[in-house]
Design a protein around this ligand. Structure first.
Ligand SMILES: [Zn+2]
Length: 314
């Protein structure tokens, strides 16, 4: 299997295949690239390759590989701090202390840091990077490698992810979104900058509920009866069901405005909205939705808001 789970980046994958195959594993890797470039995918594959017990590492078939890929390997530890944007320094210190505990079932122990580290956290890591235990491997992920301390960056093997060519992105998107039309895929490719994760997020805007689809159709056609039917059908919805739905409507209207400003639309519904209604009308609808979402987050009932929207979104 090797590193094929990561799209593109052929030279990087070949270099890794050769070095891992020869058992040349660095103590410290830095995987760099913008959001949606595949850093998490590569980190998991690399960890699997390091702990793999089969041939053609990562084989993705042995017990170790399977455990890494499902997040259940005791010697593959992901260090995250969900409460903060960057990892708190005491969490880094705990990881550092844990690194001196021998691996459980492998000859190595891998730590993945998907979140950015502040200077203090990097300094805490530096001590172990200078003299890592024989079995220790750290994999750091970063959107901004230039912001890392030079002393940290110079110690690591940097794996830089590259943007994917359009043709590769297009094929991958067609596979994952078989229902998306060619125009939407082309727009997502163009707007993604070559990063698969970003292209997928753009296309996902097109995968919407029946309510959203009917809302867009009625709104575009100025079909008040259609709009009423959608909203009456939502009157008994729970607040935590209705609010996300309205947030999707809001996002689509905002996307349609972006589209009118000259960007290509990533979904047929956005395209329809941009063509059917003026900027002024879209803007009004955006404001109305922002207002009702705020009301709904307060104490106004979903039914009352549905009634209001029948009038406000005409
Ligand atoms: Zn394996």
């Amino acid at each position: 299997m090797g590193f094929e789970g990561l799209l593109g980046n052929e030279r990087l994958k070949e270099n890794l295949r050769v070095s891992v195959g020869r058992g040349r594993i660095s103590h410290f890797y830095l995987i760099s690239g913008p959001a949606g470039s595949g850093k998490g995918t590569l980190a998991r594959l690399l960890a699997a390759a390091i702990l793999c017990q089969g041939d053609g590492k990562p084989c993705l078939a042995c017990n170790a590989c399977r455990k890494v890929m499902t997040g259940n390997h005791p010697d593959c530890i992901t260090i995250v701090d969900p409460a903060h944007k960057t990892v708190a320094v005491d969490i880094v210190r705990d990881a550092r202390a844990d690194m001196y505990v021998m691996p459980n079932e492998s000859s190595r122990k891998v730590y993945i840091f998907p979140q950015e580290l502040r200077t203090e956290g990097q300094n805490a890591l530096l001590k172990i990077l200078e003299e890592p235990p024989e079995y220790g491997v750290f994999i750091l992920l970063s959107d901004n490698p230039e912001k890392l301390l030079p002393t940290v960056r110079s110690r690591c093997t940097e794996l830089r992810l590259l943007a994917l060519p359009d043709s590769l992105l297009q094929t991958a998107l067609k596979q994952e979104f078989p229902d998306a039309d060619g125009e939407s895929i082309a727009a997502a490719v163009q707007r993604s900058g070559g990063w698969l994760g970003q292209a997928k997020a753009l296309l996902a805007e097109g995968a919407v509920s029946v309510q959203t689809e009917n809302f867009v159709k009625s709104f575009c056609a100025r079909d008040t009866l259609g709009l009423t039917t959608v909203l009456v059908g939502m009157e008994k919805w729970k607040r935590d069901q209705a609010i996300p739905e309205w947030q999707v409507w809001l996002q689509m209207l905002q996307s349609a405005l972006v589209c009118q400003a000259g960007q290509k639309a990533t979904s047929p519904l956005t395209r329809q909205l941009a063509a059917a209604r003026s900027s002024r009308e879209l803007m009004d609808a955006v404001q109305q939705l922002q207002k009702v979402i705020e009301y709904a987050q307060g104490n106004v009932s979903v039914a009352a808001i549905c009634g209001y929207l029948q009038w406000a979104l005409r």
